[in-house]
Structures are given as structure tokens and as C-alpha cells.
Design a protein around this ligand. Sequence first.
Ligand SMILES: Cc1cc2nc3c(=O)[nH]c(=O)nc-3n(C[C@H](O)[C@H](O)[C@H](O)COP(=O)(O)OP(=O)(O)OC[C@H]3O[C@@H](n4cnc5c(N)ncnc54)[C@H](O)[C@@H]3O)c2cc1C
Ligand SMILES: *[C@@H]1O[C@H](CO)[C@@H](O)[C@H](O)[C@H]1NC(C)=O
Ligand SMILES: *[C@@H]1O[C@H](CO)[C@@H](O)[C@H](O)[C@H]1NC(C)=O
Ligand SMILES: *[C@@H]1O[C@H](CO)[C@@H](O)[C@H](O)[C@H]1NC(C)=O
Length: 545
Amino acid sequence: MPTISFSPIHTHKLLMAESTSLSVTLFLLLITISASFAAPLPTSQSVYDIFLRCLTQQTKSPTQLNNIVFSQTNPSFSSVLQNYIRNSRLNRTSTLKPLIIVTPLQESHVQGAVICAKSIGIQIKIRSGGHDYEGLSYISDKPFILLDLFNLKRVSVDIQKQTAVIQTGATLGEVYYRIWEKSKVHGFPAGVCSTVGVGGHISGAGYGNMLRKHGLSVDNVIDAQIVDVKGRLLDRKSMGEDLFWAIRGGGASFGFVLSYTIKLVPVPETVTVFRVMKTLEENATDLVVEWQKVAPTTNDGLFMRLLLQPGAKTIRASVVALFLGKADEVVSLMGKEFPTLGLKKEDCNETSWIGSVIWWNDEDAFNKGAKPETLLDRKLNSAVFGKRKSDYVQKPISRDGLEGIWKKMIELENVGFVFNPYGGKMAQIKSDATPFPHRAGNLFKMQYSVSWDDPSEPAAQNFLTQAKKLYAYMTPFVSQNPRSAYLPYRDLDIGINQFGANSFEEGQVYGTKYFNNNFDRLVKIKAAVDPENFFRNEQSIPVKV
Ligand SMILES: Cc1cc2nc3c(=O)[nH]c(=O)nc-3n(C[C@H](O)[C@H](O)[C@H](O)COP(=O)(O)OP(=O)(O)OC[C@H]3O[C@@H](n4cnc5c(N)ncnc54)[C@H](O)[C@@H]3O)c2cc1C
Ligand SMILES: *[C@@H]1O[C@H](CO)[C@@H](O)[C@H](O)[C@H]1NC(C)=O
Ligand SMILES: *[C@@H]1O[C@H](CO)[C@@H](O)[C@H](O)[C@H]1NC(C)=O
Ligand SMILES: *[C@@H]1O[C@H](CO)[C@@H](O)[C@H](O)[C@H]1NC(C)=O
């Protein structure tokens, strides 16, 4: 494992003398860019030249950096941009493209990119896995540079210490695979989709099917390496506990995270997965009534996700589960606690923990005998059109309530739900332990989910409107004041800070939904570490002015 130096690297004096004239040049260039979309290429080429020169000086690089700094005219530019676009809705030809894409190979490239982007006054956005549901990691309506971390994907597992250092450009599938290579009885609690990136996932909280036993990803982070607004490389000790708190769930407002050090968790040699589906005719309503009581209170080792999908005249309710133990045990437990589920041993697959990861990622692949290597597939440039929203439920929804919801879902036709039960470890962790506030008192989180493959604009409008209508309908059943939301299920409908406008009032609207009472502390930390709001996006933590 390569050793990582944590000593802060100070801003090089070199650029300072030059930066004033650079800023003036760039300011003029940017005016040209925004005034004349007809001829953006020559100017973006000039921005490229200036940026490349700066980066070469900053990194004291003896070799050419052209192969990691892409101008819009570079033949690879489009494929580099599209590889990690994970939502086709945000893949329009009319969307403003980054002026430059930088694909760092080492820490100093990230430090240099921060310093150079700041000195020439251009916004910089960072992308790890590209799964942001609103594409905030790679689109913007103002000129920007894209820092794409896909090369920084080292995962170093230390079984003796039961820890791993994971670079943020790694995918969750790569993290799980590298742990499995070293141990069959260790795992990590994080998301179920193998191509999700560590950077956006853990900086936003990160949950998966072990959250009732082991909490969120951020509950198992013990150190991190970041590049701050001055281009310094900091670890937990040098950044201090406030900033370390903020980057465990507070989003992309505080610095660029290069790696997280995580604590592995023990997993049994044999675990059990199952899926049971019922329609309304098969008493799905009873199932959901009972699920609300059982799923958030049962054995911490059992996670039962509930999927609700509208059909022509019915609703399909599927319970999709991971149990950290054997099939006999969960069948007998469910017989006592959840009789309407009717779980039988034949519904269950006993497998290893990594087998359960493959199953959750892709059941078909699992049934065809997929190997753990399947988790390393990054599935470049593949996406569908989609929209997600979230809500929290704090008191069970009555049978009448559910029946009304089914009617609405069937009428709208296309929007489904994913209910993720909390309780267990989630309820034991204090709501201010990390920026993620949705702990005790929340029975489950719901995700609204709609995906489509018709590329037309009217189709998109239709599906987006359906999602909004269902969200409006759900108001009486979900958390209020604030109506809470889960940051990694990014949703611009709940509020937006006009890019760069830095309005505290606008930021407070979405900020209190994502962070509840933790929002104020995030604002204070933001003011201390990034008072000029360099690390910003449409839903970042505002600076109070
Ligand atoms: C198919 C799918 C399945 C999902 N499943 C789950 C799940 O099971 N559990 C769950 O909790 N969430 C899940 N999510 C949501 C997911 O956690 C978020 O979309 C997450 O933000 C994605 O991280 P990313 O690195 O892939 O995304 P990106 O789009 O690269 O980044 C998301 C945000 O984080 C910022 N960011 C990225 N990297 C860094 C970095 N290194 N430092 C600072 N900021 C950074 C970006 O600028 C952007 O604002 C899922 C999403 C999808 C599309
Ligand atoms: C994005 O659009 C281009 C065409 O403009 C297409 O080639 C590519 O496959 C699309 N990618 C995604 C992820 O939608
Ligand atoms: C649904 O519930 C009713 C009433 O409890 C019961 O009689 C019926 O057998 C159930 N149907 C199915 C398919 O389980
Ligand atoms: C998993 O269980 C299902 C249902 O019993 C069965 O059809 C399938 O073959 C099992 N798959 C594996 C890989 O064991």
C-alpha cells in the first residue's frame, strides 16, 4: 500500500504574482463566452491553455498533463463526459458542457485544480460515480470545470486493523470486492447499486441493507483525506472535528474528499436473501399494514425493503430482504412476527455476504451464477431516464390511507415507491452525531421512483409531473415542519439556490429538509472553512452574509 502523506501542502507562491493578470484575462474570456455562444471553442481553448499552464506549475509536473486535462476539442472529451452520466434525462445536447475536464491521477492534481480554478475565477464541479439524481456533479448553467475522479479508485483493505482506505473515485462494487478478496467475514454498510461512487455516496450519508445492524456508511467512517479551499491536503487531525463532522453527510460544500478511512463490520459466513411478492388480490394491503409494524422493529439483522409498483388495475408489493443469518431462523422469525408474508424456506437463498451483494445488485445475474468480478463492471455510458424524490414516515399509514394511495398510484400509472425501514442501530445514534438527522422517530424512508426510455421532452414532462402529483398527495402521511428529505436522493423540486447567488434564505429551504436541526451547524462550519463559497452547487450549504 502506498504511503499517504498528510502534511498540508501550502499554496505555491509561484502563481500568486501571476494570478491578478490571469483573473483579468479570464474575466474577459468568460464575458466573451457568455456573450457569444456562436464561437465558444477558441475561447474555451484559451481557458484550457491558461489552466494547463497553471496546473503544470502547481504540480511541478515534469511530464505533460494534456492526457488528463481535456479541452472541448479533444476527441475524447465527449466520451469522458458521457461515461459517468447516469441519468439520460440530464444528457441533452443543449446542456452547457464543461470548459475543461480534469481526470486526476494523484492528489496533487486535485490540489492544483482547486488552486488554478480559484485563481482564474471559474466554478469547479467534482464527480465520483456520477449517480447524482439531478446531475449536479456534471451540469451547470454557468461556465465550469469538471473534476472527474474515476482514476482515483484505490481501495486498501487492512484486515488486521479491520479498516480500509477507499479513494472516492472507487465504486461501491469495487469496495465490496476488495473487502471480499481479503476476508469472507467482513463487509461494509453502504448502498446496493455497485456503480454508485464512494465520493457522492459517503459525503451524502450512504445507506444500505445493513443499516439496521450497523448504521449508515458515515457512522463507520473514522478518517478522511480532503483538499480544502486553499488547496491543502488535510486529514481528520489537521482538518479538525467540525469539518470532519461536516464531510460525513453534509454534501459537497466543504472541500473535495479524496479518500475515506472506513471501519469494516463483521458479517456471518452464511446470510439469507429473499423476495416475496403479492398483488392487491393476494392481500397486499394487509401485507403493507403489517410490514409497517414489523420491518422497523424486528431483529436488527433483518432488513426488509418494500417495493410498491403500480400495475394496470393493481399494486404489486414486494418484500426484498437480507437477513444476517440462516434461512431456518428467518423463516421461523417471520412465522411469528409477520404471518401475512407467508415466508417459506423455498423463497430463500442462503449465500455468502458477497453473494448477497451480487443478488441485491442484480438478482438475474445472481441466479445465473455471476461471480464477484461482476461487481467490478463500471457499466460506462449506460443510463435510463429517471426522477427520484424522498420522504420520511413517522407514524404508520392506516389501511384507509393505503387504499387511497393505491388509487392515486394506479391513476398516475408510472410512479413507484421504495420503502426502506429504519429502527435498530439507526434509532440508537443521536440525530446530531452526523449531519444526517433522520434517526429515532422515523419508521421508514420512502423513495418515489419513476424511470422511462422515451427520449422526448413531453414524455419527460409527463413523468416529472406524475412524481410531483404523488408527492403532493402524500403530504398528510409524511414528516412535516420540515418535510424531510434524504440528500443522496437529490431533488431540485424541494428548493434550489440559484447557482452562485449565495442566498441564505434559499439555502435554508432545502437545507432544513435535508439536515433538520443540523443545518445551522453546517452553515457555521461553511462560513469558517469556505467563506467565499468556492465549493458550491445548486443545493450546497449557503454562506450567511
Ligand atoms: C442506481 C442508484 C442506486 C442508488 N442506491 C443507493 C443506495 O442504495 N443507498 C444510498 O444511500 N444511495 C443510493 N443512491 C444515491 C447515491 O448514494 C447518490 O446519488 C450519491 O450521491 C452518488 O454518488 P456518486 O459519487 O456516484 O455521484 P456523483 O454524481 O459523482 O456525486 C454526487 C454529489 O456528490 C458530490 N461529490 C462527488 N464526489 C465528491 C467528492 N469526492 N468530494 C466531495 N463531493 C463529491 C458531487 O459534486 C455531487 O454533488 C443510488 C443512486 C442511484 C442512481
Ligand atoms: C448521451 O447522449 C449521446 C448522444 O448525444 C449518446 O451517444 C449516449 O449514449 C448518451 N448516454 C447516456 C448515458 O444517456
Ligand atoms: C386474503 O384475506 C382473506 C381474509 O383474511 C382470506 O380469506 C384470503 O384467503 C386471503 N387471500 C389470499 C390470497 O391470501
Ligand atoms: C435462489 O432461490 C430461488 C427460489 O427458491 C431459486 O429459484 C434459485 O435457483 C436460487 N438461486 C440460487 C443461485 O441458489
